[in-house]
Ligand binder design. Structure first.
Ligand code: C2E
Ligand code: CA
Ligand code: CA
Ligand code: CA
Length: 275
């Protein structure tokens, strides 16, 4: 690494080494994070815009690193996926989400993010069944969020897994809709219960005509297909108004509530929350 001379390669290699080193270190730390109880779930509400009621919460994984503070899932999930640790971590998330949701008022559902790699071992239906049984959560109160990459790889096998889960009564949502290459063809391949419009479209509301047209097209299509739809990343009243005008029925975002460890605040009577 040092011998390449002063042509920029030295610097480049040194940086590469640092990146690789950091990744190895994180992988090492992730291995003990589960046992050391450094993971925690935060929950973010999803609001039904017709009724004004919270209908469910998405479980979002948080890593309380002993020295670095909160590490974002965008940073450590890819490392967990590369190292195979997503298996045990994902299973913990599933169990913990079901355990907590079983204590909530019964109409509330919980949504759990599932990595494409959790499909690979074929044991997902069994793990879900075990989590439901151990916690006593009604399967109809569990929703799994998947991205289209699940169906990109090993489509036949994964479709079978999805159908098995759905037959158990678990709901299946397509996450980050509109960001992939072939979101539309997957709507044909599998009867999703819900699609979540990616926050990149919502961000450009209410003035961007393209974003408006795309969201309108998605909501119209969802209605024709009988699929529920949620808009993600709603941060402003103006965005919310635009979504309501397009007959979007469900929303999630900082305007409604940030992800938090405690959800008691949402158990207040509806009138207390009305804006
Ligand atoms: P996602 O599933 O698309 O989750 C939504 C992300 O948007 C969350 O980021 C959430 O905190 C953030 N968010 C919510 N409302 C707003 C808003 O109004 N504005 C903005 N700018 N952001 C908003 P987070 O918690 O950092 O998670 C990032 C991603 O990490 C998630 O994206 C998901 O793909 C992944 N992830 C999180 N928890 C898990 C998990 O338990 N398992 C797996 N496999 N992936 C997870
Ligand atoms: Ca999600
Ligand atoms: Ca999403
Ligand atoms: Ca995402």
């Amino acid at each position: 690494v040092k011998s390449e001379g002063r042509n920029g390669w030295c610097f480049y290699h040194a940086e590469m080494d640092a990146v690789v080193q950091q990744r190895l270190e994180m992988e090492h730390e992730l291995r003990s994070a589960l046992a050391d109880q450094q993971f925690e779930l935060h929950f973010q509400p999803l609001l039904n815009l017709d009724s004004g009621e919270v209908v469910s919460f998405e479980a979002l994984l948080r890593w309380k690193h002993p020295h670095r503070g909160m590490v974002s899932p965008g940073e450590f999930i890819p490392v967990a996926e590369d190292s195979g640790l997503i298996g045990p971590i994902g299973d913990w998330v599933l169990r913990e989400a079901c355990r907590q949701a079983a204590q909530w008022p019964s109409p509330w559902r919980v949504a759990v993010n599932i990595s494409p790699l959790q499909f690979r071992h074929g044991s997902l239906p069994r793990l879900v069944k075990e989590a439901l049984k151990a916690t006593g959560l009604d399967p109809r109160r569990l929703e799994l969020e998947i991205t289209e990459s699940v169906l990109l790889a090993d489509e036949k096998h994964n479709l079978k897994v999805l159908n098995t889960l759905r037959d158990m009564g678990v709901r299946i949502a397509m996450d980050d809709f509109g960001t992939g290459y072939s979101s539309l063809s997957y709507l044909r391949a599998f009867p999703f219960d819900k699609i979540k419009i990616d926050q990149s479209f919502v961000r450009d509301l209410p003035h961007d005509q393209n974003a408006l047209s795309i969201i309108r097209a998605i909501t119209d299509m969802a209605e024709a297909l009988g699929v529920h739809i949620t808009a993600e990343g709603v941060e402003t009243e103006a965005q919310m108004d635009a979504l309501k005008a397009m007959n979007c029925r469900e929303a999630q975002g900082y305007l409604i509530g940030r992800p938090a460890a405690a959800i008691e605040a949402y158990a207040e009577p509806k009138a207390a929350r009305a804006r």
